[in-house]
Design a protein around this ligand. Structure first.
Ligand code: HEM
Length: 145
């Protein structure tokens, strides 16, 4: 996935260049990416003012905060609380981020569905061959005691 941002500039701005999102779901798993995109909270001690429950001191700012709103971490219950609502309701935001994560999962391996379909035929073929070979073996060995 090509982005317009120059990696050298990104390193200067954020301290670390953003990763290639094409393979992100393969690297971390879809559940992790989904939790990550929902897990940003305000933290004045970090350079961007954001932190993340699944990626402590992450360098990425919460780019979707206008949609999700602002969350804070309740340090007693360790739960996130929405203190300033965004343009989307929490369930709408979850659905939005779910779609985004699904797209990233598709992008990480577009041939996945094809791989699964072919795999089924391969297993069927092996199953049929197993029965035939078993019958053949019985026929070959039937006169040998
Ligand atoms: C909706 C769009 C975006 C998505 C889905 C996304 C997703 C992610 C994910 C999943 C990671 C964690 C990578 C890892 O495994 O280490 C990450 C890291 C990062 N992202 Fe984003 N990102 C988005 C937009 C942006 C934008 C617009 C910026 C810059 C303004 C940015 C800057 C970064 C940086 C600097 C990191 C590295 C964080 C670190 O290692 O501390 N991201 N992003």
């Amino acid at each position: 996935m090509q982005v317009a941002m120059d990696p050298a500039d990104a390193k200067k701005w954020f301290g670390v260049a953003p990763p290639d999102l094409t393979l992100e779901v393969r690297a971390k798993g879809a559940d992790w990416v989904y939790a990550y995109m929902r897990g940003f909270y305000k933290d004045e001690t970090t350079p961007s003012g954001w932190n993340n429950v699944v990626f402590d001191k992450v360098a990425m700012p919460h780019v979707l905060y206008t949609l999700q709103g602002e969350q804070v971490l309740n340090h007693k219950t360790l739960e996130l609380e929405l203190v300033k609502p965004g343009k989307l309701s929490p369930s709408e935001y979850n659905a939005y981020v779910g779609d985004l994560t699904n797209f990233m999962a598709y992008m990480a391996e577009p041939a996945k569905e094809q791989r699964k379909r072919i795999g089924l035929w391969v297993l069927l073929f092996l199953g049929v061959m197993f029965v035939l070979m078993k019958k053949l073996k019985t026929a070959y060995w039937k006169d040998i005691k």
